[in-house]
Design a protein around this ligand. Structure first.
Ligand SMILES: Nc1ncnc2c1ncn2[C@@H]1O[C@H](COP(=O)(O)OP(=O)(O)O)[C@@H](O)[C@H]1O
Ligand SMILES: [Mg+2]
Length: 215
């Protein structure tokens, strides 16, 4: 994969006028690379990630290219296909489904598309990888923050993503859970997964090859 972002602009139109949040963001991410995006709260980090994931349209003239897919020009079907095939997304607040157990939470993204037993096998393998094989039947409310985030990581990996987008994945974790979650992402990156990590934790800023600071 390759991610090319050229002159990415994003303006929100609100009742009280337009506010430009992202201005001329340009960077390239090669296969297996890691970029860390820093910036204080409100600087537009989540907005940027949503644009990269095709969840939010950038302003006209912005270019976001993932390999041979033009994210900034793709239609809704193409974007859905892009997310399903190539992307893993980890949210700061986990976004697990409270009504489903851990195993099902991890299986969900692939369930509509692939054989159930195959998906289950894969989910079990991922849960082993994040060290939660003993929590399969637990519900999110029965887990610690670090455990929830590890479930969310397993879920983000169910489609073997080429690109892992992480929005402050350690923002709600204590130090020990933070280190575990970061180690998982480091290991994935070693195995070739490209990473976009948003954080305001400056201790994490030297992970990866590139740093982008939003002001
Ligand atoms: N849908 C929206 N409409 C208008 N303004 C928004 C919207 N979403 C976010 N913003 C504003 O854009 C700015 C950047 O938000 P965000 O990308 O969430 O920042 P960060 O993730 O760095 O904290 C904030 O000032 C926020 O209030
Ligand atoms: Mg944010």
């Amino acid at each position: 994969m390759q991610l090319n972002v050229v002159n990415l602009n994003k303006t929100y139109k609100t009742a009280s006028g337009e506010i430009q949040i992202l201005k001329d963001i340009t960077f390239n991410l090669e296969e297996g690379e890691w970029i860390t995006i820093l910036g204080r709260s409100g600087s537009g980090k989540t907005t940027l990630l949503q644009c990269l994931a095709g969840l939010l349209p950038p302003d006209e003239g912005s270019q976001i290219q993932f390999s041979n897919i033009s994210i900034s020009e793709a239609n809704e079907d193409e974007l859905q296909n892009y997310r399903q095939k190539y992307l893993g997304f980890i949210y700061q607040d986990f976004k697990l489904f409270p009504q489903f157990n851990c195993l099902l939470n991890v299986m969900l993204p692939l369930l509509p598309f692939e054989n159930k037993n195959k998906v289950k096998e894969k989910a079990l393998h991922l849960l082993e990888k994040v060290n939660l094989s003993d929590r399969l039947e637990h519900f999110p409310s029965q887990l610690s923050g670090g455990e929830k985030q590890r479930i969310a990581i397993a879920r983000a990996l169910i489609n073997d993503p080429k690109l892992l987008i992480c929005d402050e994945p350690t923002g709600n974790l204590d130090e020990r859970s933070r280190d575990e979650v970061i180690q998982l992402i480091v290991d994935l990156n070693k195995d070739g997964t490209s990473v976009v990590l948003v954080t305001h934790d400056r201790e994490l800023m030297n992970l990866g090859q590139q740093i982008l600071e939003l002001n």
